[in-house]
Design a protein around this ligand. Structure first.
Ligand code: GCU
Length: 630
């Protein structure tokens, strides 16, 4: 049995140590190569002795085998991942499922963060007109936190990228950041603005087939790799929401992506090209269909170091979406999924919503085997606790753990996180129960949570479904307040805005019913899915109720499985969502004696907001839909 050192620390706790709240023991004698793994075990391993072995017979560069207190790996990176796993109490062999496990920071060079709710950027700010110096100690803590959960890459700036990012003073800063991240196995990548050759290089065009443009990018790549030899590559948002791209010159996405791919290829770099595109070439088409319409023709035409990066759903990070059909349509193109850790549409850093169940739902529909990587839009900022909400740390944690192993259960991940975050996290060595062979143990299910921690676990596991209930039950979507996306605005319509930004476009409520008909009698978005999902979603009788109003315009009097009419069920779901949050709040009150004062208070304040906001969602949405339904 694993047991936890029973000292629940009641000292002041600001959350800055994340899930790595081990006491510095400096007890273990560590044999083997001097590396991060050795440093971590020396500091935190509770046993007297640990052994690190570099073993060339292990095939995976990042994998490890733990047997007792001995870790074997092919590389020091593998030893490092093994060390963090040992500190979590793991035994056995493990290797990452995805090769590419990156965070995407939507950080602007002026220090602000697009959709960031945890303070300003940890990387960027201005000092007059120049980039402000970095805080090396902070970046090191960031590196360590990421390494502890297996993240091996990071895109340092917003996808809505400033061309300045590629100017010399900024490249110099990227080099400094890369030097701190490198020992932790983390590569840096940059988002680039497709029109950089014009803005920075004073060229008259950014046409990807123009020879001067090609030469400019090649020279830029060379300049970057000279400073940062292991630079990862570029992330590109092109011809989307006003960003420049190859479409400006009547070139395809493949032509644009390949031009950049050629520039970084000699150095081993990759291009992550985003498919989040709408309102350009296929303007007027149902927005959720546009990515497939735009990219399908390009399948098979990308160079082999281009990866298509798509959001999990076809719209935009709603609390629940069906999977994006682009994953069914690009057969020859390597793909990665973009998940959003920052809670743009899930109550920002005010609501407690544990996102692992949402991501697991995606992996249940789109097999991880079809993907080469995962990207997570980070929720990290300069706030003392990194993520704004203490429980939002769990989403950073869960993203990393799922990127390592997408088959881990939400529950196992949450248990690990609770243990690290609200216990000392430390295991007592004499209570380790070493398996006698190298069985693959990915988690510590022989670890027991205390009663109160079990309640926190239950709250986390229920929180995403609760959020769906009080924001957008039964497949309603995008009924969020304009621009900031916090709170409801189901009647939202602004004539000067693109229609696809207006809530009324998405729910289509009228006297007959509500919902977006995307079946073959509507926009036929269902036809973009492979079977069995195409037929399943197309037929109102087989469409899962969780997606009902996503795919169908449904009469208010339609009977659901519960026996309720649609209108009754909508109200019942809003009620259920609010009740769940009331219950979470009660759990948090009960947990008070077991949680240190500062974190308890900070979470408590946010939970009060969440409850208020859940009630507001219920009131505003039911009042509004009632005007049609009754
Ligand atoms: C959403 C989000 C934007 C972001 C965009 C993207 O629309 O609101 O802030 O830039 O997605 O992913 O490119």
């Amino acid at each position: 049995m694993l047991a936890i050192a029973s000292c629940v620390s009641m000292m002041a706790e600001d959350g800055s140590r994340l899930w790595l709240r081990y006491d510095k023991l400096q007890k273990a004698q560590v044999n083997g190569p001097e590396c991060i793994a050795a440093e971590e075990l020396r500091n935190y391993y509770p046993g007297d002795k640990a052994t690190l072995v570099l073993d060339p017979s292990i095939s995976n560069e990042e994998g490890y085998i733990i047997n007792g207190s001995t870790i074997k790996a092919k590389t020091e990176r593998g030893l490092m991942y093994g060390a963090y796993a040992l500190l979590r109490g793991e035994q056995g062999a493990s290797e990452p499922f995805f090769k590419i496990r990156v965070l995407n920071h939507w950080d602007n060079l002026d220090g602000s963060i697009e959709r960031g709710y945890a303070g300003r950027s940890i990387f960027w700010d201005l000092d007059g007109n120049n980039p402000k110096a970095i805080d090396p100690a902070l970046i090191k803590e960031y590196a360590r936190a990421n390494a502890s959960i297996g993240i091996n890459g990071t895109v340092l700036n917003n996808v809505n990228a400033s061309p300045k990012m590629l100017s010399a003073p900024y490249i110099k800063k990227v080099k400094e950041i890369a030097a701190i991240l490198r020992p932790y196995g983390i590569k840096v990548y940059l988002s680039v603005n497709f029109a950089s050759p014009m803005a920075l290089g004073k060229l008259k065009t950014a046409d990807p087939l123009n020879s001067k443009v090609k030469a400019w990018w090649k020279a830029k790549a060379k300049e970057i790799y000279k400073e940062i030899p292991d630079f990862g590559g570029f992330l590109v948002k092109a011809n989307s929401e006003g960003q420049p791209g190859p479409g400006d010159y009547k070139r395809t996405h493949a032509q644009g992506a390949n031009m950049l791919a050629e520039a970084v290829k000699p150095f081993g770099g990759i291009i992550m090209w985003r498919s989040f595109v709408y309102g350009a070439n296929h303007k007027g088409e149902d927005r959720v269909k546009q990515a497939v319409s735009e990219f399908k023709e390009d399948d098979g035409k990308f160079m082999d170091n281009v990866i298509l990066q798509s959001k999990n759903g076809p719209l935009d990070f709603q609390p629940r979406e069906p999977y994006a059909p682009i994953f069914d349509n690009m057969r020859k193109t390597p793909q990665m999924v973009e998940l959003q850790i920052t809670q743009e549409y899930l109550g920002h850093s005010r609501h407690l919503v544990y996102l692992a169940p949402m991501w697991r739902e995606f992996f249940g529909l789109v097999s991880p085997k079809r993907l080469v990587g995962v990207a997570g839009v980070a929720n990290i900022g300069l706030d003392k606790n990194w993520c704004g909400h203490h429980f939002a740390q769990a989403n950073w944690y869960a993203f990393g753990r799922l990127a390592w192993n997408p088959y881990l259960k939400s529950e196992e991940i949450a248990e690990e996180w609770i243990r690290g975050t609200f216990d000392s996290g430390q295991l007592t060595v004499d209570s380790y129960d070493y398996p006698s062979n190298n069985s693959t143990v990915e988690s510590n299910h022989n670890y027991h949570l205390s009663t109160i921690h079990s309640k926190l676990l239950s709250m986390m596991l229920r929180s995403r479904e609760a959020c769906v209930d009080y924001m957008m039950p039964l497949g309603l979507h995008h009924i969020f307040a304009f621009d900031h996306h916090y709170g409801p605005e189901p009647d939202g319509f602004i004539a000067s805005y693109p229609l696809e930004w207006c809530p009324v476009y998405y729910h289509k409520a009228d006297k007959e019913g509500v919902g977006f008909n995307r079946s073959h009698t509507g926009t036929d978005a269902t036809s973009q899915y492979n079977e069995p999902y195409c037929s399943l979603y197309d037929d109102i009788n087989t469409c899962p109720e969780r997606y009902l109003l996503w795919f169908h315009h449904v009469p208010w009097t339609y009977r659901l499985k519960s026996g309720n009419t649609l209108w009754e069920e909508i109200q019942a779901r809003y009620d259920r969502g609010v009740k769940e949050v009331e219950d979470f709040y009660a759990i948090w009150q009960e947990a008070k004696p077991n949680i240190d004062e500062q974190r308890w208070k900070e979470v408590d304040e946010r939970m009060q907001h969440q409850l208020e906001n859940a009630k507001e969602w219920r009131k505003v949405c039911t009042d509004y839909f009632r005007t049609f339904a009754e």
